[in-house]
Structure formats: C-alpha cells, structure tokens
Design a protein around this ligand. Structure first.
Ligand code: GDD
Ligand code: MN
Length: 383
C-alpha cells in the first residue's frame, strides 16, 4: 500500500490525445486553508493548461477570515473564485452549495490540502465519459498508495469506517473526499441530508449510482494547516450511516432496530424480575412486573429511534396503541412463560428466567408486526 508514486506524472499518451469537450467545475471545501490555496491553484492551473481544460474552481469556504479570500484574488486566475458561507457550517453542506453554484456539466470535489492530486482529474473525467456515473479518487485500489507516515490508527479508523459502509456500496474507498460526477445526476438527487464528512457516500446512496469507478491516487499527507476531522465528526458518521441504511434497507432496518430495542427490553425485564423475586413476590407477579416495566422502556426507545418518523404524532395515543399491540405479545409471553415454567423448566435452577426468555421471544414477533403496521404505520394523510 505504501508505494509512493510521483503525483505529477506526465499525462499518459491516451490522456494527451483526449480532447475534453465539456467544462469542469471543481469544488473545494475550505476552512482555514490560506497557505494551501495558492499551491492548489498552481497545480490545477498546470493540469488546466496541459489538457486544455475549460474549468472553473469554486472554493466553498466557511468564512475562514485567514486571508483565504485574498489568496484567491491574488492568484489572478479568472477561473477561480470563492463562495464565503456564514450559515450551516460544515464540509458536506459546503460541497453541496458549491455544486449548486457550479456552471459546468462535470463536477469534481477535492480537498484543498493537496492530499488529492489534481493531476488525476483528467483520468477521472475519462472514466465518466466512458459511461461511469460516479468516479472516486481511491486510496484502496491497485496502483494507489498513501504517504508512509499514515499512522496505524488512522488506517484502522478508515478501514472500519469503510467496512461499515460495505453493505451500501461495493466501492473500496467511499470515504474519499475526491470524486467526480455529472451535474445532471447531482441535480436529480433527492433529499440529500449529509451530516459530517461523508459526502461521497451520501451521493452514491441517494443518487442510487450503480455504475461507479475508482481511479488510483497517491494520497499525500497535508503539509500546511491541520485536519478538521475531529472525533465529533467521526461520531456523526454513525448517525449518517443509520440514515443511509434506513434509506436503502427501510424494512430490514426497522426490524433490526426493533430487535435491538427489544434486546434492551429483555435486560430490563430480567432485571426487574430478579429484583421482585429478591423482594419475595410470587412468581407470577415477578413475571408480570418484568413485562410491565419493559413495555414502557421499549415504547420510549421505539418511539425515539425505531419509528422516529412518527414522532410528531401524539405520544399518548401511540402509547395506548403500543400497549394494546404489546398486550397480545405480552399475553403470549406470559402464557408461554408460565406453561414452560410449570412443565419443561420446572426442575431447572434458572427455570423461571429461561421460561421468561422463551416467552419474550414468542411475544416479540407479535409486537413487531402490530407496531410496524398499525401503531407506527406510515401515514400519507396530512391534516
Ligand atoms: N467549508 C468547509 N467547512 N470546509 C471544511 C470544513 C468545514 O467545516 N471542514 C473541513 N473542510 C475542508 C478542509 O479545509 C479541506 O479542504 C477539506 O474540507 C478536507 O478536510 P480535512 O480537514 O483536510 O480532512 P481530512 O484530511 O482529515 O479528511 C479527508 O480524508 C477523509 C478520508 O480519510 C477528507 O478528504 C475527507 O473528505 C475524507 O473523508
Ligand atoms: Mn485533508
């Protein structure tokens, strides 16, 4: 993985022969990158002249006030400009604003810190022209490399993040901030809602791109300034993933979340059961108490997470519905538990707990169906 390669390789003969007919809008999100701006502009200018590209470069800056704006003006390049944003700060919204302001049919997004070699842009556009819908400048395909001092932790972090996104896309490096797509496809994207850093992943999932490609790059470490990828941003990634999974696998995701909440309910149930047993209550009361408390905790968690789309409807009514739906499941659970306790599990030391667990499993299936399709059903009627 660590084979350095000259980032300013001469254009290959195939590239040199290509005439790029459509203009390119390069969007560069920036925050406090004043030192890097002139360096990036120089390198892009060289690519522009080498390939006779018609392009514009838009910096989408979050009001850095560090001389960034002046640096763009001082460059004297009439194809470069900066949008200064003062609201809704963040990398992904900045990129989207930049894309919306772009005038050419091809969009490219890249970092300002020279991690992403602009020399690869022609090859990425070639891939788009040959029919691909989305092309990533990738660190993880044959021929790609990263700077040697990429620490183990950063590598591990990036690998885990990529692995978590695997069910959403087969791309090796969907975390990359270096990518190209057609403006027309971007305009078709519905309900873009990126949180944090992973704008490429958002676009791949929301635009439903299937024909995607990766061009190997050498990823260099930044020399000037520092990374803004904080721990907080990384935690936002989990939230982002949840949304993307919901978008792609709606039903399976509701069930999965329902089961996670249900599992927490099992813990609550058994804890309450143990407490009541410890207090010397009769076994039927222990079972009933465990079920009762877990119904409430399950309701609260399902309303907040699993079926959060229905959160603006009345909690009181939903609770009644939830209890009614749960009552069927709870009765099943109670009867199965009591029956097993009296028969198969009567001699076992944890017989009561085992009986409760089997009852819970039997009740859960009733609960899910009732809640998904009745209590928290999706309504399309607006009052
Ligand atoms: N407008 C704006 N607002 N730009 C920002 C913000 C922000 O809040 N935060 C960061 N940027 C800009 C930076 O100035 C830089 O040009 C680019 O976005 C990437 O930020 P870095 O701080 O350099 O991120 P990184 O190098 O740690 O992360 C890179 O690698 C990740 C994968 O490992 C980026 O390419 C990420 O997009 C990528 O996911
Ligand atoms: Mn960077």
């Amino acid at each position: 993985m660590h084979t350095p390669q000259d980032p300013i390789a001469p254009p290959s003969s195939e590239l040199a022969r290509t005439h790029f007919t459509s203009g390119i809008s390069i969007i560069v999100p920036t925050y406090k990158e004043a030192e890097n701006i002139p360096l990036l502009l120089e390198r892009v200018d060289r690519v522009r002249r080498d390939h006779d590209l018609e392009l514009e470069l838009i910096f989408a800056d979050d009001n850095s006030c560090d001389g960034s704006l002046e640096a763009v003006e001082a460059s004297g390049f009439d194809w470069a400009r900066m949008i200064v944003r003062t609201e809704n700060r963040g990398l992904s919204p900045a990129v989207i604003d930049g894309f919306r302001a772009a005038k050419f049919p091809i969009l490219v997004c890249m970092d300002c810190d020279l991690s992403h070699p602009p020399e690869k842009i022609p090859q990425m556009i070639l891939a788009l022209n040959s029919g691909q819908q989305f092309v990533i400048g990738s660190r993880y395909v044959p021929g790609a490399s990263t700077d040697d001092d990429w620490g183990f932790l950063r590598w591990l972090n990036s690998s885990i993040a990529t692995l978590l996104a695997r069910p959403l896309t087969q791309m090796r490096d969907p975390m990359s901030g270096f990518f190209a797509l057609r403006n027309a496809d971007f305009k078709k994207a519905k309900d873009l809602n990126p949180v944090g850093y992973k704008i490429a992943l958002e676009l791949i999932v929301k635009c439903g791109f299937e024909n995607v490609g990766e061009v190997p790059i050498h990823f260099s470490d930044r020399i000037h300034g520092e990374s803004k990828l904080t721990l907080k941003e990384q935690l936002k990634y989990i939230q982002h993933l949840r949304r993307l999974y919901l978008h792609r696998f709606a039903n399976a995701m509701y069930l999965a979340q329902f089961l996670v909440v249900g599992t927490s309910g099992v813990v609550v149930n058994l804890a309450v059961l143990s407490l009541l047993q410890f207090l010397g209550l009769p076994e039927a009361a222990c079972l009933a108490g465990g079920i009762g408390v877990s119904v409430v905790s399950n309701f609260l968690l399902n309303r907040r997470f699993t079926f959060s789309y229905a959160r603006d409807r009345s909690a009181g009514r939903q609770f009644i519905g939830f209890v009614a739906a749960s009552a069927v499941g709870a009765s099943v659970s109670f009867i199965v538990s009591l029956a097993l306790r009296a028969s198969a599990f009567s001699e076992l030391s944890y017989g009561l707990h085992l009986a409760a667990l089997c009852g819970i499993a039997a009740g859960m299936i009733f609960n899910y169906l009732g809640n998904r399709y009745i209590v928290f059903r999706k309504t399309h009627i607006r009052r």
